[in-house]
Design a protein around this ligand. Structure first.
Ligand SMILES: Cc1cc2nc3c(=O)[nH]c(=O)nc-3n(C[C@H](O)[C@H](O)[C@H](O)COP(=O)(O)OP(=O)(O)OC[C@H]3O[C@@H](n4cnc5c(N)ncnc54)[C@H](O)[C@@H]3O)c2cc1C
Ligand code: FES
Length: 243
C-alpha cells in the first residue's frame, strides 16, 4: 500500500518517529509492517507498530544501515510503500498485573501494547544505554521505572536488575529488546513460574512466511524445531524459545 508521510522527526540520536497515512486496518500490539526503504535496498525492512488507528500509523526506528538511513531522509508529503500488518502479536489478558520490559529500540512496540491492554496494574521497566526516548508517552499508562547503562537518567544499570523487586506482584511479563535481555526474562519467568511473552528479531526477506530466512529455534519434545519469526512470531512464549 502506498502511504503519504505525515511527519518524520528525530526524537533521539539516530532514532526517528515516522507517522504515515494508514488505511490497512487496526494492527494487534506486537505486529509489524514491511517498509520499502528505496534506492538499492531491494527487500522491505520489518519495523514494529508503535501506534495506529484507522487513519495513521506511527513507527519508531533506529538508523542501522542503508535502508533506515534512506527512511530517515524522507519528508512530510513523500510517499512510502508499506505492507502489513504482519505476524503474530502479543496475547492480551484482561485484569492482570502486567510487567512490561523494554530495551532500547525494542521499546516502541510496547507503547502500543500498554495502550491496548486492559491491565489491573501495569509496571513498565524501560532500559536504555544512555539517551532516553518515548518515556513521557509511557507515563500515565502505568508505573514507569527507567534505567540507563551510564546512569544519565533514572537508575544506573540494566533494566533486568530492577524487576526482581516487584516480581511477586506480577501475573504476566511482556518483553521486547536485545537477545541477552530476553534470555534473562526467560530465566526470571521460569524461576518465578510467571508466564512471559517475548518479541524476537531475525533478519527477514519476505515477511509473510514463504522464504524461511527468519527461522528461529523453539523447544519441542526435549529437542527443538524451527519456526518462522515473521509468521509464527515475532511474539513467542518465552519458555518455547531456544537461545
Ligand atoms: C519483527 C521485527 C520488528 C522490528 N521492529 C523494529 C522497530 O520497531 N524499530 C527498529 O528500529 N528496528 C526494528 N527492527 C529491526 C529492523 O528491521 C532493522 O534494523 C532494519 O531492517 C535494518 O535495515 P537497514 O537497511 O537500515 O540495515 P541493514 O543494512 O540491513 O543492516 C545494518 C545492520 O543492522 C543489523 N540488522 C539488520 N536487520 C536486523 C534485525 N532484524 N535484527 C537485528 N539486527 C539487524 C545488521 O546485522 C547490520 O549490522 C525489527 C526487526 C524485526 C525482525
Ligand atoms: S521472512 Fe520469509 S519466511 Fe519469514
Amino acid at each position: 500500500m502506498k502511504s503519504r508521510i505525515l511527519s518524520n522527526e528525530k526524537i533521539a540520536s539516530g532514532i526517528y518517529k515516522l507517522v504515515f497515512e494508514w488505511k490497512g486496518g487496526i494492527p494487534s500490539p506486537g505486529q509489524f509492517v514491511m517498509v520499502d526503504c528505496k534506492d538499492k535496498t531491494f527487500l522491505k525492512r520489518p519495523i514494529s507498530v508503535c501506534s495506529a488507528d484507522d487513519k495513521s500509523m506511527t513507527i519508531v526506528y533506529q538508523v542501522k544501515g542503508e535502508g533506515t538511513k534512506n527512511l530517515s531522509e524522507m519528508k512530510k508529503g513523500d510517499t512510502i510503500e508499506v505492507t502489513g500488518p504482519h505476524g503474530h502479536g502479543f496475547e492480551l489478558y484482561e485484569d492482570k498485573n502486567v510487567l512490561i520490559v523494554g530495551g532500547g529500540i525494542g521499546i516502541p512496540p510496547l507503547l502500543y501494547l500498554v495502550k491496548k491492554i486492559k491491565a489491573k496494574n501495569s509496571y513498565i521497566a524501560l532500559g536504555f544505554k544512555s539517551e532516553i526516548f518515548l518515556v513521557e508517552e509511557f507515563k500515565n499508562l502505568g508505573e514507569v521505572i527507567v534505567t540507563t547503562e551510564d546512569g544519565s537518567f533514572g537508575k544506573k544499570g540494566m533494566v533486568t536488575q530492577v524487576i526482581e523487586d516487584i516480581i511477586d506482584k506480577i501475573d504476566i511479563i511482556y518483553g521486547c529488546g536485545p537477545k541477552p535481555m530476553l534470555k534473562i526474562l526467560q530465566d526470571i519467568s521460569l524461576k518465578n513460574n510467571i508466564p512471559c511473552q517475548i518479541s524476537v528479531e531475525e533478519r527477514m526477506a519476505c515477511g509473510i512466511g514463504a522464504c524461511l530466512v527468519c527461522a528461529c529455534k523453539v523447544k519441542k519434545d526435549g529437542g527443538f524445531e524451527y519456526k518462522r519469526v515473521c509468521k509464527d512470531g515475532p511474539v513467542f512464549w518465552a519458555e518455547e524459545v531456544e537461545f
